[in-house]
Design a binder for this molecule. Structure first.
Ligand SMILES: *Cc1c(COP(=O)(O)O)cnc(C)c1O
Length: 385
């Protein structure tokens, strides 16, 4: 398997920028001309590397970017991203100068925050652009629909403020024919209508996330906020038949040691696995839960080595884990060749005909693919291929 890997460590995250490009183009193709695409690159682009991904997405059609924190926005600006950046939340008042200096638009829903932001904007000789967040039913952030017009009137006088967008977020966009989804969509349409009726500039109206963009094109409005799909992962089973995506992230390591413990010897903390027969090799890989490989996957995941699956055994440690290869196996796992120090091990991704997906790891640890990719920590170098 031809791979590049970092100099100082036998463990890394591989990110295919070609996959990011392809997925971004696939979403752009779903949008009518004139509808903008905001790419969510929060949480370091769901673990894929924010600046590198944003640059590729920009080439492939991204108009704007979304982050979750001030520092994520600053990182994009320092990395040379000049497109509009929306922070999908409010931040502490102490951060207002950074928002303005780096031109990061906050989501706004608290009048004290909005007015303080406007004050700092005037003091710095700038205009504080923001997007109004509306809580249409997720009960997370935003003004209530019935308060939206009054809220805008309350802050409208401020010459330091400019509304560049109005948005909401769906709780059930992945469910087809869902009553709650329709109610949220209706409340959003009513709120945007009421704001316009009151003569207020709403800026770009937007509500669809990845599943909404795929399943509910009637709610694309002026912009879609696409996240997980850009990284090649399906947000739900419902979207899979509607758009073909290519996973961008793989996680790999190299074997640091191979042993043949005697039958009955144990592996790892607590010795939760015992060697059952003489043909078992125990191999070690230098990735652990400090790298985001959840400890709950212990004795409950496979790896791919030399194109065949092998079972992870023993508890996953902070920095390392072990797996077993039965060199005499002829059953579920292909007759494996002996493992050697230096062999490449795939924890997530493809090797030959075998593939371990983020969805497989998510199912094994009872979470969603979003959390699996976000968890792979900064300690693992990102290698772009
Ligand atoms: C994260 C996020 C998105 C993107 O969600 P995906 O499901 O990854 O497409 C869109 N909007 C808001 C408000 C978000 O927090």
């Amino acid at each position: 398997m031809p791979v590049t890997y970092p100099k100082n460590r036998w463990a890394w995250v591989e990110v295919s920028l070609a996959a990011i490009r392809k997925n971004t183009r696939a979403f752009k193709a779903l949008l009518e001309p004139g509808v903008k695409m905001m790419c969510a690159v929060k949480a370091d682009a769901y673990g894929h590397g924010a600046v590198e991904c944003a640059k590729v997405m920009r080439q492939a059609g991204a108009d704007q970017f979304a982050v979750a924190t001030v520092d994520e926005g600053i990182e994009l600006r320092r990395g040379g991203i000049a497109e509009p950046i929306l922070m999908l939340n409010e931040s502490p008042l102490e951060s207002l100068d950074d928002l303005l200096e780096y031109d990061i638009m906050p989501a706004v829903y608290d009048s004290d925050f909005a007015l303080a932001y406007g004050e700092r904007a005037v003091a710095l000789g700038k205009v504080g652009r923001y997007h109004l967040a509306v809580d249409t039913g997720m009960s997370r952030i935003g003004v209530m629909p019935e308060d939206a017009v009054e809220f805008r009137h309350m802050i409208e006088f401020h010459r330091g403020l400019e509304c560049a967008g109005t948005f909401t977020h769906f709780a059930t966009a992945d469910v087809i024919g869902d009553w709650d989804f329709k109610q949220q969509a209706q409340r959003f349409a009513d709120t945007v209508g009421a704001l316009r009726q009151a003569g207020l500039e709403v800026g770009l109206a937007h509500c669809d996330n990845t599943p909404g963009t795929v399943l509910h094109p009637e709610y694309h409005y002026d912009m879609c906020r696409v996240g997980i799909g850009l990284y090649g992962l399906q947000p739900a089973e419902t979207t899979a038949p509607r758009i073909s995506l290519t996973p961008a992230m793989s996680v790999r390591g190299r074997v640091t040691r191979v042993a043949n413990p005697a039958v009955g010897e144990g592996v790892g903390y607590g010795l939760t696995y015992r060697v059952p027969k003489p043909s078992i090799q125990i191999a070690t890989v230098p990735i652990g839960y400090a790298d985001g490989l959840a400890r709950s996957l212990s004795n409950n995941m496979d790896v791919i080595v030399n194109g065949a699956r092998a079972r992870q055994v023993g508890r996953i440690c902070m920095d390392q884990f072990m797996f077993a290869v039965d060199v005499n196996s002829v059953r579920a796992y292909k007759p494996a060749q002996p493992v050697q120090r230096g062999d490449i091990v795939t924890i997530m991704g493809r090797d030959g005909d075998e593939e371990i997906t983020a969805d497989e790891l998510a199912a094994r640890r009872d979470t969603i693919n979003y959390e699996v990719v976000c968890n792979f920590s900064e300690r693992l170098d990102r290698i772009y291929v």
